[in-house]
Design a protein around this ligand. Sequence first.
Ligand code: NDP
Ligand code: 2IT
Length: 450
Amino acid sequence: MSYAQNVMEGLKQKYASEPVFLQAVQEVLMTLQPALDKDPKYQKYKILERIVEPERAISFRVEWVDDKGEIQVNRGYRVQYNSAIGPYKGGLRFHPSVNLGILKFLGFEQIFKNSLTGLAIGGGKGGADFDPKGKSEVEVMRFCQAFMNELFRHIGDTIDVPAGDIGVGGREVGYMFGQYKKLTKSYEGVLTGKNVLFGGSLARTEATGYGNVYFAQSMMESRGDSLEGKTCVVSGAGNVAIYCCEKLWQIGAKPVTVCDSRGMIYDADGIKVDVLKQVKEVERASLTRYAELVPGAKYTPVTDYPAGRNAVWSVPCEAAFPCATQNELNLEDAKVLLANGCKCVSEGANMPSTLDAVHAFLEAGICYGPAKAANAGGVATSQLEMAQNASMQAWDFETVDNKLRGIMKHIFTSASETAKEFGNAHNLVLGANIAGFRKVADAMIAQGVC
Ligand code: NDP
Ligand code: 2IT
């Protein structure tokens, strides 16, 4: 049994109740073996055994009072996974499904993603099993304040810098920032994704979606192709999906779908991004509202999807952008995409494709941009926000967007050069994992056992 397989087997025994965490680790470990064979120091220093364990996982009670005067209790978490190359950095997710296993998967991915950006940021993730759906604005504020009442002890602008993820956007970051300031008397860049009125960076809102499209462009160009004129399918209808659609239009491609957890929109003329923003950012409504506002658009509720599938992937397209959540695209979906002639899959969400779907894309030899490379534009721009806060500067939109483009190009080059080094030129899963891993592992070795 190889070193990587051996560590994986041990983890399966130990963390059997955390399937998505095991899935994320398996994807990484199974591609690292060539790098481990090339340099025995990683095994000698037991890097795999160390890197799979979070440095620290904090779990805490969050209690707050709802609009009816009832006391509510939630579970909050912050997983401080790896600080070898910088302060812990990663988003906060508020969703009823959140548990330690999900945050460990996200935090583990974040280590390699952050390393790939070439910036000095470690890996972390956090959140709570709070469901923002159906909550009033004041309830969301009270929850964010209650969450920060514990989290503030564990974070700081050089310690751990959270940001948004599912269910956490500019509004929630603002409430948490206000409470942090009150509790600590300190005005510092402790969270990213802030409003530009108090230290947020221009282009951070757009960064993950835009970065995903920049990454897909690099992949297509490397094959002598481009996204221009291509019909694209996008899943999700939140922050990442909206700005993915916006950038696709800007580069001459056409997004024709979006979806939320209740249903999907197919708009053959192309998704109207201004309407989507109105529905999701302003009204915070369901996509049925989009269909009301755009009469030609077709709404399909999830109850009409084929069992276990996301109907978005059945819409014929040349490029696909999964931007909703983990495991939203399975092997059957992958087969349909490939049969329909899809040439490019670029992941805006974290781990949206199941392991067998990933293998299907790699085997077919299409452009496949794994999440930790393709969606790294969000966290990279968060680091640009940290840099602006630390130097008390505010850069204009174009400056930040140009840096984002440069970083996405760097990530593509580093993943594809590493893939070539190991004789598998188009396998960006291998390339991204090994490139991200080596920097962190070498830093861990240099810092000793501590
Ligand atoms: P948002 O909360 O803004 O949006 C999430 C969207 O996905 C919503 O439209 C939501 O629908 C939909 N969704 C969630 N679960 C499902 C599901 N099971 N089926 C169909 N649709 C679903 O989150 P983000 O856009 O920020 O995040 C989306 C993904 O991108 C996540 O995987 C996140 O980890 C990843 N990501 C985010 C980054 C960021 O900067 N925000 C950076 C890098 C990655 P509904 O509202 O109905 O729940
Ligand atoms: O998954 C991610 O990279 C994010 N949710 C963004 C993290 C960040 O710190 O900006």
